[in-house]
Design a binder for this molecule. Structure first.
Ligand SMILES: Cc1ncc(COP(=O)(O)O)c(C=O)c1O
Length: 375
């Protein structure tokens, strides 16, 4: 039997009745645009993340654009980010006419290395976008240290890290709650997924929340009055109602992912595959939420093909680092500029991971990997 990389149907079966009830409520109200569920979800998400403000929007990609706009990023500015991420992490920068400046990642966590961020800072740096890749937070306390005094905006890309946290000074701080902006995607396959596109920005200042709220409705200060040009990027009321149901389950689902990750770790250890497979590293103080369970594999492409023939679906995030994407050529980076990110793109493999993944399915995945390496 095939083992998918994720299975939304199994998850839906667990919440179907509540979801239908929530959708019916919005349908009965016919309040589709900025209905009461939007504000309710924003309040509940802000409470969960422990941020003063949360502003819903249409996608994670828009969340990044809105946060950069609210930070005043524009032509002539530089924004530092990771070359090993999803496309939208960088397109938000170039869409605003700013220049992406990349900082290489750590080989074990795949997150931006603190030292490479520090060496990428220039007087033109207007913002830094740490990407919490695959569900684990960057070393934010070290990255943010230099930013505040230089008046550089912190825009966390939390698209893959809803509910991830890091302990700092004995305090638990979730992704999106580190004092700048937190940008979330609720794309259906994300840990907190909607049933369509949806996103959100968290922030700490009331003035930023007001600016984001204006920018998502064409920059309007009141109906038909525009001091600036924004986007049409509202969080849909039906998606907000769905997200409210799903937010109530997120802790259970996150713990199920973490349990599945622990089980993969044990299964790999039992087979003594450490020479061929490097399992994900959860660094001290981090709560990894395993949006993806990404291993580094020897002979990755051959392994992926072998697994596919046995019905095990795996994915490669990401096969081409962003500094080498043709559309970002004008940023001026050549192959070899970011050796860690470039090496990772030939090694990483995301194994099946979702809350409902069965222990016997994990056993099948790891057995097939062991068979490939003849272990
Ligand atoms: C790291 C990262 N940033 C940004 C995004 C963009 O989110 P969305 O697909 O909701 O626009 C995604 C989602 O795919 C992502 O994984």
């Amino acid at each position: 039997m095939a083992i998918p990389s994720f299975d939304l149907k199994r998850n839906y079966a667990r919440v179907e009745d509540e979801i239908k009830e929530a959708i019916d409520r919005v349908l009965a109200s016919q309040h589709f645009i900025m209905g009461p569920d939007v504000a309710a979800f924003e309040g509940e998400a802000a409470a969960y993340l422990e941020t003063p403000y949360a502003v819903g929007c249409a996608s994670g990609s828009d969340a990044l654009i809105l946060a950069l706009m609210a930070s005043g990023v524009g032509p002539g500015d530089e924004v530092i980010t990771s070359p090993f991420s999803f496309f939208a992490t960088v397109s938000c920068i170039t869409r605003l006419g700013a220049r992406p400046v990349f900082a290489d990642v750590e080989p074990d966590t795949y997150n931006m290395a603190v030292e490479s961020v520090a060496s990428a800072l220039t007087p033109k740096t207007k913002a830094v976008i740490p990407v919490h890749l695959f569900g684990q937070l960057c070393r934010l306390e070290e990255i943010t240290g230099a930013l505040e005094e230089k008046n550089i905006a912190l825009v966390e890309d939390c698209a893959q890290a809803f509910g991830a946290h890091r302990v700092h000074d004995g305090r638990i701080i979730r992704g999106g709650a580190w004092g700048g902006f937190g940008c979330f995607s609720f794309f259906p396959t994300k840990n907190l997924g909607a049933y369509g596109d949806a996103g959100m920005v968290t922030c700490f200042k009331e003035s930023d929340a007001k600016e984001l709220s204006r920018l998502r409705v064409h920059g309007a200060t009141e109906t038909y009055l525009h001091d600036e040009v924004g986007l049409n990027s509202r969080l849909d009321s039906i998606q907000a109602a769905i997200l409210r149901v799903r937010l109530r389950k997120i802790e259970t689902w996150t713990e199920e992912r973490r349990e599945a990750a622990r089980r993969y770790g044990l299964l790999f250890a039992e087979r003594s595959l450490e020479d061929e497979i490097q399992t994900p590293v959860e660094t001290p103080g981090n709560r990894h939420t395993y949006h993806q369970y990404v291993v580094k594999a020897k002979r990755r492409d051959e392994l992926q093909k072998f697994l596919a023939e046995r019905g095990v679906v795996t994915r490669v995030y990401y096969p081409l680092p962003l500094h080498l994407q043709p559309c970002f050529a004008s940023a001026g980076y050549k192959p070899g500029a970011f050796p860690v990110a470039e090496a990772l793109s030939g090694q990483v493999l995301a194994l099946p991971m979702f809350p409902e993944l069965l222990p016997e399915e994990q056993e099948t995945v790891v057995s097939a990997i062991a068979e490939f390496y003849k272990r």
